[in-house]
Structures are given as structure tokens and as C-alpha cells.
Design a protein around this ligand. Structure first.
Ligand code: ASP
Ligand code: MG
Length: 500
């Protein structure tokens, strides 16, 4: 990608525009070398670069460091379990192995190994302390999770140095030094400013920021949740008034459907933030939904890029009503006349859904009925993904992340209101597209496609935003349903037909 020797590349000279690069767990898990020797250097001639990283993941997020750390926290509180100590050993070994397999310079490696050992020892002590006091507060759980980013960023900082790039690890645990009670715009503005300042203090060095950013009101994992690194990168971009926020993953961008499941899925050059948020809520993890609002306020485009194909142009997330002046981007004016606008944008599946039907016993008037249902679900922390209701009957789709025991308790209470039945192994199928607002017939085509594929529909819902039509189907039919919708509404042939 580049031919200038690294030593001659200008690092962070003050007159170049900022690019913020966020690397996801699998990217720092498997593609460290290409990041350090290829991707980062390729931007240094034209940009000042800031890097934000997630914790390392292997093949899946399930086995990633953050999940391991959260499991260790649980085990520390389980009487008689020593599993947390084993997990610490595994995490230490994994990071040492990763470091040894990529770092060539013995001095850099030695320093990094010592750092990893030290951070893991701290983790161990922290868990042991929790075990003794038999308590982990939400804040402590955040700190434990944040060690994942600390470890991965230490490795990234070292491998950049190993490749001749002067880099600096920036730990954000203490970046918030004022008390905030809510996550409001004032908080975001303050944090953006702090992050911008801390980056600028790195001078010519390439800052590597832990995506974990400490003392958030109400705790990071509960108020922002998993995927907080995206939000961190967004706030850094705002603080620097960056030219672009890049989210590096292992896919070329956002497709019309999951390309692993639908072979003729098309890469989308651009989508709106609302579409990206809907796709994320309904199963295609694009980006943390809180992220978008912040960068969009600052009119900074987000670009999804592929570490396995850095030359690809990726997908740009940018609002339709803002003017995009970026090389290689489709301008909003051009997009408005684009034939693609006649089609929806993408179809997605959210698996492992369970459907809860409540039929009123008619002892309640309708408003009391709905209020009681939601009060009960709220009490047990059961989150509803999608709902369809009539006066005496409510059907709700619940995501897989709910705790089974809580659902069981909620069901017992709901049975006071009427008959309850539960359908398991279902999936939510969502068709997303900003064009739906102005186009008549999308729902008709969607359900015709499902009918011709012989797919039975359990619940149908279209939100007020009109950029998402969702239905719940049997999980066993979800893939064929998605293929049928893609063929009828999103494929190259559908595009052709829309133009004619
Ligand atoms: N490592 C954290 C998680 O898995 C944060 C992130 O990746 O954004 O949720
Ligand atoms: Mg992530």
C-alpha cells in the first residue's frame, strides 16, 4: 500500500486532518501485523492518526477477553470456585503468546511482557479482594472489563514501535475527573473535549487509547453497555474534529444481507445513521447505537473498513441531509437520484428470540392491562424487542440476552392477567430502509416474498419511524425467509426491476 520508508513518514504533523481509527476485538486479535505495518503507515502521509482499540477476541466475541473477564468476576463471587484464577492465567498466557508472536525487537518485547504480567497480577489481586469482601460493585465490574482494553492497547502500542512508529499508550481510566449524574450532552461534550486534549498532548506520537473510559455516571457496562469502544472513538473524533471516524472490522462494510448467508448480498457504499442503528438493534452489529448521534452532531462521517481488505472503500454512515465532502464518498445529491433509493437498504435476522403471548382474562380494562404487563417486565428486567397488540392480546418478542429465571418469574406474575404462552426458537426478520417512508408497496412485496417461500409469520410490526418492517418467524425458516426477501427486494435483479 505504501512505498515510503517508515522512518521518513511524518508522524502527526500539526497541519494534517485527524483520522480516528477504531479496531475491534477480532482485528486486534488476529490482524495486528497488518494494522501496524500496512494500515496505520498508509495514513501517516496524509493524516494525523489516533487509534482506539477494543479488548482482544479470538474467533468469536463469546471467547473474547471481555467475556472472559466478566466470567472471572462472576466466578470470584461463587463460593468454592477458583475458576477466576484459571481465567486470569488464560488471559495472561493469551496476551503473552500474542506479544511473542508479533514483536521482533527483544527490548520492546521484554518491556511488553513485563507490562502484561504486571497488569494481570493486578487483575488477580483485584479479583481476590472481591472474593474476600464478597462483592463486586458495577464500578468494579467496569474496571475489571477495562483490563481487556488495557492489555490489547499495550500490545498495539508495542507493535507500532516494533514497526518504527513512535506510539504512546493512553489509559483513559481517569479521564473523567468531574462528577456527572447523567449521560447527557453536557457529559458528552466534556468528555469529547477531555479526549481531544489528551490526544493532542501526545505530540508527534501516535496515541493508542483504551476504548474503556472509566468513571461513567451509573457505570459503563450498565448505562452504555458492551461495545463502548465505538462510543469512545466517536467522542475522540468529536474532540479532534476529525475528518473521519474509521471502524475497522473483518467485513468490507455493511451489506444488503449477511454475505456469509446470502451469496449475492451487495456492499452498500453508504447508509444513514438511523439505518445503521436499526440494523444493529436487529441483529447485524454495525456500530454502538449511541455512537452515531455524537459524530453526526459534529458532521463527521463514519466509515466501516475491512482489515483484510484495507484498499476497499467500505461503507460510509452519514445523514442524508448533511453534505458529504469526502473523497471516494457518494455525495448526498447524487444519492437522491440513485435508483437504489427505490429499494430498501438491507435485511437482517436476530436469532434466539422467544415470543411471549398474553391473552387478557378481561378482568382488566385495556390500558391497565398494558401498564401491568410492562410494569411486570420492567420489574424483572425483561427487554422487549418488538411488540404487537390488540385490546385483549399482546405478543412480544424478547431477545436472547434475558435471564431465563427472570422470565419464569415474570410469567408467573403475568398469569394473573390472563393466559400466557411462550414460543421459543424464533427469529426476528427486519427489512430496513430509509426509502420505505416514501415508497408504497414495500411491505406488500416483503410479505409476498415470505408467502411464496412458505414462511409462516408470528408477529408483524412497523415502527413509527417507518424505516423498519419486522416480523417474527420460526428460527428454522429464518434463513430461507431472508433469502426470499433479498431476492425479491434487494438483489441485483430487484435493483434492475426498480430502475425499469
Ligand atoms: N471489549 C468491550 C466489549 O466487548 C468493548 C468493545 O469492544 O467495544 O464490549
Ligand atoms: Mg466491539
Amino acid at each position: 500500500m505504501h512505498c515510503t520508508p517508515l522512518s521518513e513518514l511524518r508522524q502527526n504533523p500539526s497541519d494534517l486532518p485527524w483520522v480516528v481509527q477504531k479496531y475491534g476485538g477480532t482485528s486486534v486479535g488476529k490482524f495486528l501485523q497488518v494494522i501496524a505495518s500496512d494500515i496505520v503507515p498508509s495514513y501517516l502521509e496524509t493524516n494525523r492518526v489516533t487509534i482506539v482499540c477494543s479488548a482482544r477476541s479470538g474467533e468469536t466475541k463469546e471467547k473474547g477477553t471481555t467475556n472472559q473477564l466478566l466470567r472471572a468476576a462472576e466466578e470470584a463471587l461463587t463460593t468454592g470456585s477458583n475458576k477466576h484464577l484459571e481465567i486470569v492465567k488464560e488471559i495472561t498466557a493469551d496476551h503473552l503468546k500474542a506479544a511473542r508472536s508479533v514483536i521482533k525487537n527483544p527490548t520492546i518485547l521484554e518491556k511488553l511482557e513485563a507490562q502484561i504480567e504486571k497488569d494481570c497480577l493486578k487483575l488477580r489481586s483485584f479479583l481476590q479482594a472481591a472474593e474476600i469482601i464478597d462483592e463486586i460493585s458495577p464500578r468494579s465490574r467496569d474496571i475489571i472489563a477495562g483490563i481487556g482494553e488495557l492489555l490489547s492497547c499495550s500490545i498495539v502500542t508495542a507493535i507500532l514501535q516494533d514497526n518504527g512508529i513512535d506510539s504512546q499508550l493512553v489509559v483513559l481510566n481517569n479521564i473523567i475527573d468531574r462528577e456527572f449524574t447523567t449521560l447527557d450532552q453536557e457529559f458528552y461534550d466534556y468528555l469529547s473535549q477531555q479526549l481531544g486534549d489528551v490526544v493532542r498532548q501526545c505530540g508527534d506520537k501516535i496515541p493508542v487509547l483504551t476504548g474503556f473510559f472509566g468513571n461513567v455516571p451509573g457505570s459503563l457496562l450498565t448505562t452504555i453497555g458492551r461495545g463502548y469502544t465505538d462510543l469512545c472513538a466517536a467522542l475522540v473524533s468529536v474532540g479532534l474534529d476529525a475528518q473521519e471516524l474509521q471502524i475497522w472490522k473483518e467485513v468490507d462494510g455493511v451489506f444488503t444481507a449477511d454475505p456469509r448467508k446470502v451469496s449475492d448480498a451487495r456492499l452498500l457504499p453508504n447508509i444513514t445513521p438511523e439505518e445503521a442503528a436499526e440494523l444493529t438493534y436487529y441483529g447485524s452489529e454495525v456500530i454502538h447505537p449511541f455512537t452515531m448521534e455524537q459524530v453526526i452532531r459534529a458532521e463527521i462521517p463514519i466509515r466501516i473498513k475491512n482489515v483484510e481488505n484495507p484498499a476497499g472503500s467500505g461503507t460510509i454512515i452519514f445523514p442524508e441531509d448533511q453534505k458529504l465532502v469526502l473523497e471516494g464518498a457518494v455525495s448526498t445529491a447524487a444519492t437522491a437520484n440513485d435508483s437504489r433509493q427505490k429499494l430498501p437498504t438491507a435485511v437482517t435476522i436476530k436469532d434466539n428470540i422467544c415470543v411471549l403471548n398474553v391473552h387478557s382474562n378481561r378482568k382488566n380494562v385495556s390500558h391497565g392491562f398494558l401498564a401491568k404487563i410492562f410494569a411486570t417486565l420492567d420489574e424483572y428486567g425483561v427487554v422487549v424487542d418488538l411488540i404487537s397488540t390488540s385490546e385483549v392480546h399482546v405478543s412480544m418478542a424478547l431477545g436472547s440476552d434475558m435471564v431465563q429465571a427472570n422470565l419464569d418469574k415474570a410469567i408467573v406474575d403475568l398469569e394473573q392477567l390472563g393466559t400466557v404462552d411462550v414460543l421459543r426458537d424464533m427469529a426476528i426478520l427486519s427489512l430496513v430502509g430509509k426509502q420505505m417512508k416514501n415508497t408504497v408497496g414495500t411491505a406488500g412485496k416483503m410479505f409476498t416474498a415470505l408467502a411464496s417461500a412458505g414462511v409462516n409469520i408470528e408477529i408483524i410490526s412497523q415502527g413509527a419511524s417507518e424505516i423498519n418492517i419486522s416480523c417474527v418467524v420460526d428460527k428454522a425458516n429464518a434463513l430461507s425467509a431472508m433469502k426470499a426477501i433479498h431476492k425479491g427486494l434487494l438483489s441485483a435483479e430487484a435493483l434492475q426491476e426498480a430502475v425499469l
